[in-house]
Design a protein. Structure first.
Length: 245
């Protein structure tokens, strides 16, 4: 869902270019100058996709037992998520770990622990894509009740990032033009044509911290409380104009 709220920002510098097109070099040779401005555009968007990481951790005395328990638990979670409306194409195994557990308890006589292996941990992590952001809390609740006992991180994503960036880029170009005109007027210069445009990297950022929904905070009478907030999609362009007195 698009949000009408739009934020614009712009920074500008006045400089003489070292490398410019041939026709611009000719103009510079005739006494023209160059203004280079950086315009930034930001668009607020409500996220329409949530990515959840869910881990099934099981412990046992033998590695094979821990893996077997984790495997059974993961199958139960997958079946529960499918029943809750999550498609199998929206689930992906992203991590599997087996690690020993050691006993570091000091001995009664004060000697150092022997680092004896007392068991094994087996972790199986699923990446789950939730297309209805409003249902993230319910998905977490289902996962918790069916054996997930670790993880629970949630990332909120704008699915059509390219479209949002295009909208932000238009704002950035307009902001650069406004800034260039203001600089030219303040400097008693006539603003000429654009001679170069550079699309600068600008990461998509989140105005609010990405929600970290921890499973242990789940309420017993409803889903895990999750707030998606809004994402800020940013575009930045550097535009060079010829100027003359």
């Amino acid at each position: 869902m698009k949000c009408a709220s739009i934020i614009t920002a712009v920074t500008a510098v006045l400089s003489i270019a070292l490398v410019v097109p041939v026709h611009a070099e000719e103009k510079l040779g005739q006494g023209a100058g160059l203004i280079r401005v950086v315009g930034e555009g930001q668009v607020l968007r409500s996220p329409d996709l949530a990515v959840v990481r869910l881990t099934v951790l099981r412990q046992a005395g033998e590695a094979s037992q821990a893996v077997s328990a984790s495997t059974d638990g993961t199958r139960k979670v997958i079946a529960a998520l499918v029943s809750a409306g999550i498609g199998r194409d929206d689930m992906q195994s992203v991590d599997f770990q087996i690690s020993p557990r050691f006993d570091f308890t000091p001995k009664p006589d004060g000697t150092l622990p022997s680092s004896t292996i007392v068991g094994y941990d087996a972790r199986n992590t699923l990446l789950v894509r939730v297309h209805k952001v409003s249902e993230v809390g319910d998905v977490l609740d289902v996962a918790l009740k069916n054996g997930v006992n670790e993880g629970g991180s949630v990332d909120f994503i704008v699915d059509d990032v390219a479209g949002a960036v295009d909208e932000a880029r238009k704002i950035a170009v307009a902001a650069a033009a406004k800034s260039a005109g203001s600089i030219a007027q303040a400097s008693n210069l006539k603003l000429g044509p654009i001679v170069a445009i550079e699309d600068q990297p600008a990461a998509t950022v989140f105005p609010y911290a990405s929600t970290e929904a921890r499973l242990r905070s789940a309420s017993l009478d409803g889903g895990v409380p999750v707030v998606s907030g809004k994402n800020v999609v940013t575009a930045r362009v550097a535009v060079s104009y010829l100027v003359a007195r």
